[in-house]
Ligand binder design. Sequence first.
Ligand SMILES: [Zn+2]
Length: 339
Amino acid sequence: MSEFNPDRLLNVKALKQLSVLFNKGAVPHALLFSGYEGLGKRDTAVLFAMACNCNKSQGSGNIADIIDCTCRSCNKIRSGNHPDIHWVEPSGTFIKIDQIRELCEAVAMKPYEAGMRVVIISSAQNMNIEASNSLLKLLEEPPQKTILILTAIQASDLLPTIFSRCQTVHFTPVSQDIIKSAALEKFNISPDEAEIIAVLSQGSLSKINACKNIKGIKELICLRNWLLQMCCELTGNGARVSMETALAFAEKLSKDKKKLPDSLDIITSWLRDIMVVKYQPDRIINKDLFQNIRLISQNLSTNSLLSKLDVLQAAQQGLRTNANIRLVMEIMVLGLIKE
Ligand SMILES: [Zn+2]
């Protein structure tokens, strides 16, 4: 069950596509919301469920306008208390067959009160094979007055027989300009700081909204400054850092597990820029660090950069698979040192 968070910005492009389907009365019985985490897939699914069952006529034809509706149905859906809105989420690592069986039983009955029942299967890529096959039967013989919304990082993560039965709605990253204005509006920060936040968000507004207050934002900026300062020392053209400093950096990184995914994203975007600046300097993400990025780029070969990007990718994988974090960080940091 997910509570709707109106503070999250919704994905404008996806909403437009959904509005068109909705206004034409052409909503398919199964939709796949595809895109990275943090792009608003879940909140958009809730909003769509509200639109399909709203007691008031919105008139504008834009689903986004329903966000503030206070009708009984919208209130219930928004607060996660509607009996005909079903959520299926991974229990542990996988969505298991029992969960899909339970769902099949529930949707075999008539909706309690909704004009259109909505089933949201989130992180559908985590369905195991038995669960997938069971869901396939439901997709082949869709129950009446029911819309299934699957969310996944990419369509190819699902069985072809499943995604071919869904209409895909892509959730693309939000532009840095939009994020910059959102950050300026939400926090009392300078335009320069908002720019850095836009870079750090990587197209995901939920990352900004995860920072509850100005302190959270400042902490994120500090984290980025510290990380990139250390990475400059490791890979840069200055004096070589001692093994002791490098290992101390790894230790410090591994101690704050919660921040690690963000930290690795920050380092990856910086390495990517060092590569990109060689060929298309206007396309770098960390624009405020342009001079520094160009300088480092001149001293690193493409091959060396590629191997460092591999090192980061391996570290990210290590995090996901619950490897020994300290060891993963040590290997990463040593891999970043300039040969
Ligand atoms: Zn309503």
